[in-house]
Design a protein around this ligand. Structure first.
Ligand code: NAD
Length: 495
């Protein structure tokens, strides 16, 4: 599918100005304001999207509320919803390459990863939840024989979904798939720097027969559109992927409004722990490099802290540097590229500031550390490995969300565990060891939503994803995702 001539034909195609999707219509912002969409590939203006207002968000919420309450979608048989959602998935699949290239031009992810992780994952997500929804049963509780206790699952209502820019279609449909299959209506707020593909799939949803008002998309700034969604009295469930500070604001907004349920996926500072008895150090180095540098580190589960046993530290860092140097960084529309562009000038500046701080602290920048390909006008950064990092350094404590790896040596399993658990985050982790007992001890003791063993980043839609500690709560993916969008209601019948 990665046909370079087709990609090249799409690479410079003009992109029409985006519009909100509200109540089944394409609409501009209420005051006509727009925001420029800057492509991270070359820093040029790709198109514009509406700079949404609180009025726009309120219109979308009112539309979603009306759609939910009149049952045009929530009241359909699950099999009828499934039919529409499967059609939607087919339409997205038919446009997969166009969507992938549009997404890359908008957010910078390398096309090889983008095609699989974005439109094709969206298709898989929508199909999975569509296929599941007419196979979920209610329950009869094991009460005494003089009563009948019924447990129904009901759509939870109007969902606000606020999503980030790194994988808008994948993360967006982790939420839209189960929410829409469950019968909820949705108001979706894409990130400022990655709206275009989500707007397009919302149009395709209408083409597939999703009734107007069931899926609304409002573009614009987080503190305006996102805040209006978070503060609304008419949003029942708020689902979010993004930064910790924004997650905190959403919890506050919930507490100050209608106490809507809030589910957060807030990224991590995931420890990748390599013991001296790892089965294959060269393989571990290669996979670890991919685990932090693919998509230029803009992956919530990225293995951004490498904890390596001191006896193999130098050898392993050499292997890692070699693997990183072999990765091709640059034009994300070249299918041989392993790491594309950083999403925005702001994100690039932030990445470089972290590295400058480490340099000033006397840490060694083993490779990388700087912007590259500046002549393109795009935002590219060399894979960066920083050694001699102290576990308490900001570089080892805060999510950078860029191609920057902090390397920390350790001497014992206990020390590795202490360092691994020594941040506010708890999203992902990995352990490399040939010792089965040690692997199981680490799985039990590392505080993270997922612990990989002798690999990094393996995942599947059938496996739930969610964090602990300040990485968030609740789960995307798998049937567990339905828990957010289906409320339990019980009935007690005296017999
Ligand atoms: P962010 O949290 O600011 O943005 C994520 C989403 O929240 C966007 O749609 C944004 O418009 C919205 N938002 C922002 N402020 C809001 C507010 N006050 N109320 C409601 N919604 C609001 O994240 P960012 O600025 O795009 O990136 C900053 C950092 O977040 C990154 O450096 C990275 O550490 C982290 N991040 C994590 C993930 C992840 O997958 N967990 C994804 C993207 C970014």
């Amino acid at each position: 599918m990665l046909d370079q001539s087709r990609i090249d034909a799409l690479r410079d195609a003009p992109v029409a100005a985006g519009a909100h999707i509200i109540d089944g219509e394409s609409r501009p912002a209420s005051d006509g304001a727009t925001m420029e969409v800057i492509s991270p590939l070359d820093g040029a203006v790709l198109t514009t999207v509406p700079k949404g207002t609180a009025t726009d968000a309120e219109a979308a919420i009112a539309s979603a509320r009306a759609a939910f309450d009149d049952g045009r979608w929530s009241g359909l048989a699950p099999a009828a919803r499934k039919k529409v959602l499967l059609k939607w998935a087919d339409l997205i699949e038919a446009e997969a390459l166009e969507l992938a290239v549009l997404g890359v031009r908008d957010n910078g992810t390398e096309i090889g990863m983008a095609l699989k992780a974005e439109p094709l994952t969206a298709v898989a997500n929508i199909r999975y939840y569509a296929e599941a929804i007419d196979k979920l049963y209610g329950e009869i509780a094991p009460t005494a024989p003089d009563a009948l206790g019924l447990v129904h699952r009901e759509p939870a209502g109007v969902v606000g979904a606020i999503v980030p820019w790194n994988f808008p279609l994948m993360i967006g449909t982790w939420k839209l798939g189960p929410a829409l299959a469950a019968g909820c209506s949705v108001v979706l707020k894409p990130a400022e720097t990655a709206s275009l593909t989500l707007l397009r799939i919302a149009e395709l949803a209408l083409d597939a027969g999703l009734p107007p008002g069931v899926l609304n998309v409002v573009t614009g700034e987080g503190h305006v559109v996102g805040a209006a969604i978070a503060e609304s009295m008419d949003i029942d469930v708020l689902v979010f992927t993004g930064s910790g500070p924004t997650g905190r604001r959403l919890l506050e907004a919930s507490a100050k409004s209608n106490m809507k349920r809030v589910y957060l996926e807030l990224g991590g500072k995931s420890p990748n722990v390599v013991f001296a008895d790892a089965p294959d150090l060269a393989e571990a180095a290669k996979v670890s490099a991919a685990g932090i540098f693919r998509n230029s580190g803009q992956v919530c589960v990225a293995g951004s802290r490498l904890l390596v046993e001191r006896s193999i530290h130098d050898e392993f860092v050499d292997l890692l540097a070699e693997a990183a140097r072999k990765m091709k960084v640059g034009d994300p529309l070249d299918p041989t590229t392993n790491a594309g562009a950083v999403n925005s000038q702001r994100q690039l500046d932030q990445n470089l500031a972290f590295v400058d701080e480490a340099r000033a602290q006397g840490r060694e920048i083993r490779i990388g550390g700087s912007r590259i390909l500046e002549e393109t006008g795009g935002y590219y950064m060399a894979p960066t490995i920083v050694t001699g990092v102290a576990p308490t350094d900001r570089l080892a404590q805060q999510e950078i969300f860029g191609p920057v790896l902090a390397v920390i040596p350790f001497d014992t399993e206990e020390e590795a565990l202490r360092i691994a658990n020594g941040t506010d985050y708890g999203l992902a982790a990995a352990v490399w060891t040939a010792n089965l007992s040690r692997a199981h001890r680490m799985i039990r003791k590392i505080k993270a939503g997922v612990v990989h063993v002798n690999t990094y980043g393996g995942a599947d839609l059938t496996v739930p994803l969610g964090g602990v500690k300040q990485s968030g709560n609740g789960h995307d993916k798998s049937l567990h995702a339905f828990d957010k969008y289906l409320d339990l209601k019980t009935a007690w019948i005296k017999l």
